[in-house]
Design a protein around this ligand. Structure first.
Ligand code: GTP
Ligand code: MG
Length: 241
């Protein structure tokens, strides 16, 4: 059941709406924290640099409805504004994005409503990120309600670009001169190159490390190991000291 079904004509006030979206945001944030902790526990590696979340401001919600020529009602907010609760996962490397998306997709109590893969298909602005619109069940005394949360997954480099692009573009209120858009697009290409290079470097380091681990791995059938174990050959390396 979604919020509008539970409250028939939408929630009766903004506080109820906020309470529901806040609860959903908390729940998804905790889920992602747990996924990260488990990942560190198993793989000894943290794919997430940081997580940010936010509830859309009343003014931004209003602006969005106006943009879509909709009446400002709680019903329409629930129905048509998908990012009232938003969470952004900023990860280290490009391939971590799909890894995290996969882990989120497999959570049995989250329902994925839609996916926008702006990594495969960047926006004309140059924007890249992986977006998932999910619902999470919130258990209330009257029953269970499914609340929407928008999840954005991107690398630190993509986040850097998106934050600054937003700041620069905002100043022009959408009417930036041609050269600004062109240069920002060029910066997005540099960001993509940077992400590719960093991933290659990381893969190379991991491959070297795997090689080193192999070298120091002790083969128990090894003659030297057997000799050492049975004490046949004394190690006299320290004698000179
Ligand atoms: P919105 O109406 O802007 O929410 O777009 P949408 O409903 O088509 O959703 P979409 O998934 O395309 O984008 C949602 C969010 O992605 C935005 O609220 C931004 O946070 C981010 N985003 C999308 N395009 C851009 C962009 O060109 N630049 C930056 N900085 N962020 C973007
Ligand atoms: Mg948005």
């Amino acid at each position: 059941m979604n919020i509008n079904e539970m409250f028939e004509n939408g929630p009766e006030n903004f506080e109820t709406l906020l309470f529901l979206y806040n609860s959903a945001l908390k729940k998804v944030h905790t889920k992602i924290d747990v996924l990260r902790d488990e990942f560190i526990h198993i793989h000894n590696y943290n794919p997430i640099e940081y997580i940010k979340d936010r509830i859309k401001s009343p003014n931004s919600i209003k602006k969005k409805l106006e943009k879509h020529k909709q009446d400002i009602t709680y019903y329409n907010m629930v129905e048509n504004v998908n990012d009232i609760a938003g969470i952004r996962i900023v990860c280290s490397f490009f391939n971590d994005i799909y890894r995290i998306a996969g882990m989120i997709g497999r959570q049995t109590d989250l329902t994925v409503l839609s996916i926008k893969d702006y990594l495969k298909n960047p926006k004309p602005s140059g924007y890249t990120s992986y977006h998932m619109l999910v619902t999470v069940p919130i258990f209330l005394s009257q029953g269970t309600v499914d609340v929407k949360v928008e999840i954005q997954i991107r690398t630190i480099a993509m986040d850097f670009w998106a934050s600054l692009e937003h700041k620069i573009y905002y100043k022009f209120e959408g009417n930036a001169p041609e050269y600004i858009s062109r240069d920002l697009k060029e910066c997005a290409n540099i960001v993509a190159m940077l992400d590719k290079k960093m991933l290659e470097l990381n893969d190379a380091v991991n491959a070297t490390r795997a090689g080193e681990d192999e070298e120091i791995e002790i083969d128990e059938d090894d003659e030297v190991f057997e000799e050492y174990e049975s004490g046949v050959e004394e190690d006299d390396e320290d004698d000179d000291e």
